[in-house]
Design a protein around this ligand. Structure first.
Ligand code: BES
Ligand code: MN
Ligand code: MN
Length: 465
């Protein structure tokens, strides 16, 4: 391989400016009023892929937001890498907690990022990380250093469950054929501690509605005599965990993959300082399932969390009222071997069964997906390991993540390929939160590391034959 670092150093200012332009478009997939912006972002990504050297680029329509497809095929006999990423972003709310406007990117120095970090919604998740791949391709095509074929599939609905990506994949299996899938949409342990994400959790997301009386009531005239949906809902939710913080839904743990003591010991070797973890979050203590460490609780164990809860009067002052309805949004993070549809059914049946007389309960499933594990003996993992060794001078640590990219398990099912997760974000990047940012150093290091993956993978693949 030639010198990617030199090229990245030389062009870094332009790379940053281009990313900033992309971050200015508010491609919020969850909010219909940003529809045009989401479409415009797809066009912008397509344009960038063309400039970076793709031969064919297409903005593929779906029943929802388009999928940007691009490819550069240099030789049918060489391996093909399929790069996946997403150009949509989470809503920026609450806006008042941002120090600068979410769609007016600024580069600011922080303690962790003396070289600067780009502050904007999507800076890390996932425009910044996706764009590393576009610039890595530019480097390889401009310097005659592309060793294999590459396909890009960049979608606009990841943050809302990737509903139409499954639709797209099942219709384009031949077009999407590949030897390995490469994604940068996760994180690493620290700037000086590279890691490769080897697991993603599954997800089941549901909304619940508890209905009591047919209208909001005076809480003096009726209080105590009819079921209060908010009281009932909170009680029902509280009952979903026992005193050890185990989830109480019957059958919930039936299929959970149990790791061997050996595997758990290996996991515990990853560098982790509980004190720093607590300090970064301003908490005096961690909290969670008895019998498991913090790193286990947020990666190899399933969870159930309320993401939002509402009902009744929340305006200024006091209003004495018993609401007719109460609502909550609940997510369950799942681990290997748990089936998200089965878990969704278990939740629905259980939640309906624990409703007391006097209320009606409705459970509406949203989206979901299966957990995923990358085998570390796969040549894609080995290639990634070598790539990090080249640019970080250290062997990356395999680490399971608590987050979800539900589509990854579908890739395996529909395209029959494994996914390698080379994330360059940090936990402190505040993805989905106010003041999301991405270190300039991380961005450039990613662009430099990715071409090494292409070369190492091509080499290992040819040795395999
Ligand atoms: N990039 C994240 C997932 C992620 C982040 C995985 C960091 C591992 C480490 C992705 O965009 C995301 O936010 N996924 C959602 C699920 C989706 C169905 C909305 C999630 O994990 O909440
Ligand atoms: Mn993402
Ligand atoms: Mn996300």
């Amino acid at each position: 391989m030639k010198d990617a670092k030199n090229y990245v150093d030389k062009h870094q200012q332009r790379f940053l400016n281009e990313l900033i332009d992309l971050l200015k478009i508010p491609s919020i997939s969850a909010d219909k009023s940003y529809r045009d912006d989401v479409f415009n972002t797809a066009d912008a990504v397509a344009e960038r892929l063309k400039e970076a050297g793709c031969d064919t680029v297409k903005v593929c329509e779906t029943p929802g937001y388009p999928i940007v497809y691009g490819e550069k095929i240099i030789d049918k006999n060489l391996p093909t890498i399929l790069v996946y990423g997403h150009y949509d972003v989470q809503p920026p709310d609450p806006l008042n907690l941002w120090d600068s406007a979410p769609f007016e990117p600024v580069i600011k120095k922080t303690d962790l990022h003396p070289e600067g970090a780009i502050f904007a919604r999507g800076a890390c998740d996932d425009k910044g990380q996706m764009y590393m791949h576009v610039k890595a391709l530019e480097y390889m095509t401009q310097n005659d250093d592309l060793p294999c074929n590459v396909k890009f599939m960049i979608e606009g609905e990841e943050e809302v469950g990737s509903e139409n990506l499954g639709w797209f994949i099942s219709r384009n299996q031949t077009k999407l054929a590949n030897d390995v899938i490469l994604i940068s949409d996760t994180g690493m342990i620290a700037k000086d501690t590279p890691s490769i994400t080897t697991g993603l959790r599954g997800l089941s997301y549901v909304e619940v509605e508890v209905t009591g009386p047919n209208r909001d009531l005076h809480s003096g005239l009726y209080g105590g005599a009819v079921a209060n949906p908010i009281n009932v809902l909170t009680k029902m939710i509280a009952s979903l965990h026992d005193e050890d913080n185990h989830i109480t839904i019957p059958g919930f743990y039936d299929d959970v993959e149990e790791l061997s003591a050996d595997e758990r010991n290996k996991m515990a070797e990853a560098p982790f300082l509980l004190e720093n973890y607590q300090k970064a979050l301003d908490i005096e203590s961690v909290y969670g399932e008895a019998g498991y460490s913090t790193n286990e609780r947020n990666s190899i164990r399933p969870t159930l969390d309320v993401n939002g809860i509402w009902g009744g009067y929340i305006g200024e002052g006091a209003k004495t009222v018993i609401a007719s309805k109460a609502f909550a949004k609940i997510s369950m993070r799942l681990v290997p071997d748990q089936d998200w549809k089965k878990i969704t059914d278990l939740f629905k049946n259980h939640f309906e069964s624990i409703a007391p007389k006097g209320v009606r309960v409705k459970v509406t499933p949203h989206h979901g997906g299966q957990a995923y594990v990358t085998p570390i003996d796969h040549i894609g993992y080995k290639a990634a390991e070598k790539a990090y060794e080249k640019t970080f001078g250290k062997t990356p640590i395999p680490q399971r993540s608590g987050g979800s990219i539900p589509i990854v398990s579908l890739f395996e099912k529909e395209l029959n390929s494994k996914t390698i997760l080379m994330g360059f974000g940090l936990d402190s990047d505040a993805i989905h939160s106010p003041n999301e940012h991405f270190g300039v150093w991380n961005f450039l290091k990613g662009i430099e590391t990715i071409p090494h993956f292409y070369h190492e993978f091509t080499k290992l693949k040819s040795e395999e034959k």
